[in-house]
Ligand binder design. Structure first.
Ligand SMILES: O=C(O)CCC(=O)C(=O)O
Length: 270
């Protein structure tokens, strides 16, 4: 399998990422990755590890999340080092090199009620920089009814950081000095974009793009997504009091680059 995308990313796609803070990308990943990542989902749901979170509180659905699996799961590790993810992130962000931050599995089974709250990623994360993006890889056909992620186009250039809200509703990430996320849904000036996806598609979003998702209101369609987080040249470690605590001792220094054994350089390929 090649670590280069199956086709070149166009200038239009790069412009869309930079102007809107989000872009859908089709036809870049070898379809073999779909099954390899589905196998990761099966393992994660069958054998809950220490980073698993179950957010759904209803009787029918299941909102299963897991993180930091790349260090232990062979298929996820391969995705980090051998898939085109790093090359795609480098091209979109205009970064010469890319390191890997972490993987975040987000499965919403049919009937899952829980929305994913509107949020920007940066207030949650102990990093600072502009060259930070996520790739949300679809393992199922996804549309709004099954919980496609929704994004506010252009919001990545807003300068306000909004208060982070844990997906479990707790306030562990909530920094009270930050304003609450405004009511996006009823603001006619906001352009909310969402994408119908087929397995193997990815949506790339910037770390400051506001995004969220509804539940999965379908009766029989799973929504298995893997969001992977990639870091460019301008990113430094910034462990703030309310930001996510890493589940290991970070081998990087505050104010310095996120390049280390825990945050390996994946592009250019060694
Ligand atoms: O999959 C979801 O519901 C949310 C995705 C998300 O927040 C992310 O990819 O950063």
């Amino acid at each position: 399998m090649s670590a280069e995308p199956l086709r070149p990313i166009t200038d239009d796609e790069v412009d869309t990422y930079r102007n809107d803070g989000v872009v859908k990308l089709s036809g870049l990943f070898d379809p073999l990755w779909i099954d390899r990542l589905r196998a990761v989902v099966d393992r994660s749901m069958a054998t809950p590890g220490r980073h698993v979170r179950e957010y759904d509180t209803g009787d029918v659905g299941r909102f299963h999340a897991n993180m930091f699996q790349w260090e232990t799961d062979p298929d996820l590790r391969a995705f980090v080092f051998d898939s085109p993810g790093g090359a795609i992130a480098a091209r979109l962000m205009g970064s010469e090199s890319v390191s890997f931050f972490f993987d975040h599995l987000l499965v919403k089974e049919p009937g899952t009620v829980n929305p994913t709250p509107w949020h920007q990623d940066l207030p949650y994360w102990p990093v600072l920089g502009d060259q930070i993006c996520s790739l949300w890889f679809a393992m199922d056909p996804v549309d709004e009814a099954s919980g496609a992620v929704r994004y506010v186009a252009g919001s990545h250039r807003w300068t306000t950081w909004f208060r982070a809200q844990s997906f479990d509703g707790s306030d562990k990430y909530s920094d009270a000095t930050m304003p609450l996320v405004p009511d996006i849904e009823s603001d006619p000036d906001q352009r909310i974009v969402t994408f119908d996806l087929v397995p193997g598609d990815v949506v790339a979003h910037h770390v400051m793009t506001l995004h969220g998702a509804r539940g999965n209101t379908s009766t029989n369609r799973r929504r298995r997504g893997l969001s992977t987080r990639w870091l460019g040249d301008d990113v430094v470690y910034d462990p703030r009091p309310k930001a996510m605590t890493l589940p290991f001792t970070a081998d990087v220094v505050p104010g310095q680059a996120m390049r280390s054994e825990r945050f390996p350089v994946v592009y250019p390929h060694g």
